[in-house]
Ligand binder design. Structure first.
Ligand SMILES: [Fe+2]
Length: 295
């Protein structure tokens, strides 16, 4: 009899906890990994940047369509509703330490005015160096791309900002490609002879990164993968990730430049360190930030 009462009490308690957790929408706790890397660039003074990527904001407003709202809810769950906390975590870590932030794209999961507004607030309060990802509006002539460029306050297709004698060159390669214009602009910066750190969303091909990334769905999501390594890609991934001639040319050019000292990127949602030719390339994942010391 006593056992029955204890069991009943236990069941009632379990039910009550389930209801409360359900009603309050209890979510996963933020658990960020802090990685540390060093780039030997020949800077005038040693300094630090905080590298983050792939926040995937899923904000929308009343005026958005039913489909957008539905997608927003679904994708919020996918990212455990932690995106805003991650953004604040990065902003306050950078502020406390006096570091600039490098954000290598997919700040938002899909373009909406609400996401672009939040991005604008983030840019204004952090003055971060940002390149767009494939979840941001891809078409450079679209209204959303123009709105995003406006809040970022710079040309997002290509920019160069010098910090302590090191040129941070941001290139929008979010469609897994580079253009002839971007290559020509890069050559101009290289010609100054100053050390360069490249900021891109899509990592450049290396075999070890390819092997680590191909496992999910048979595509590696890298820029300039050799054609023969793409033959087993699903058709749609092959079409969207296949490099064109100018992208392969850009890749070969980058590998050959001694004053390109490092590459910071995201896109893969994993942490990875590799070398593109001699150039160290750092990928930062979904639940990590990378403290990069630049010497
Ligand atoms: Fe991406």
């Amino acid at each position: 009899m006593k056992n029955k009462k204890v069991l009943a009490l236990f069941l009632i308690l379990t039910l009550a906890i389930t209801i409360v957790v359900g009603m309050t929408g209890c979510q996963k706790k933020l658990d960020m990994t802090v990685l540390y890397s060093e780039i030997d660039a020949g800077a005038e003074v040693t300094f630090t940047v905080l590298h983050t990527s792939d926040t995937h904001l899923t904000l929308y407003s009343d005026s958005d369509t039913k489909e957008v709202k539905k997608q927003g809810k679904k994708r919020t769950k996918r990212f455990d509703n932690l995106q805003e906390q991650k953004l604040q975590y990065v902003a306050s870590m950078a502020k406390e330490n006096g570091w600039r932030i490098v954000h290598t794209g997919d700040l938002m999961d899909f373009p909406t005015d609400a996401n672009i507004e939040r991005a604008g607030v983030f840019f204004a309060e952090t003055d971060c160096l940002y390149v767009p990802g494939n979840h941001e509006p891809e078409d450079v002539n679209s209204d959303y791309y123009k709105k995003l460029s406006a809040v970022a306050g710079r040309d997002l297709s290509f920019f160069c900002e010098e910090i302590n004698g090191v040129c941070f060159v941001g290139i929008d390669n979010s469609d897994h490609k580079m253009t002839a214009t971007q290559l020509a602009q890069l050559k101009e910066v290289v010609a100054t002879g100053k050390p360069i750190i490249l900021l891109v969303h899509v990592p450049l091909y290396t075999k070890e990164l390819y092997d680590a990334s191909i496992v999910d769905d048979g595509a590696a999501y890298l820029m300039a993968v050799p054609e023969d390594l793409m033959k087993n890609y699903p058709e749609d991934k092959y079409r969207s990730q296949k490099a064109d001639e100018i992208t392969y040319e850009s890749f070969e050019y980058i590998i050959g430049q001694e004053n390109i000292k490092g590459i910071l990127c995201g896109h893969l949602h994993i942490d990875f360190e590799t070398r593109v030719g001699n150039i160290p390339q750092y990928v930062v994942g979904l639940d990590s930030v990378r403290v990069v010391t630049i010497k």
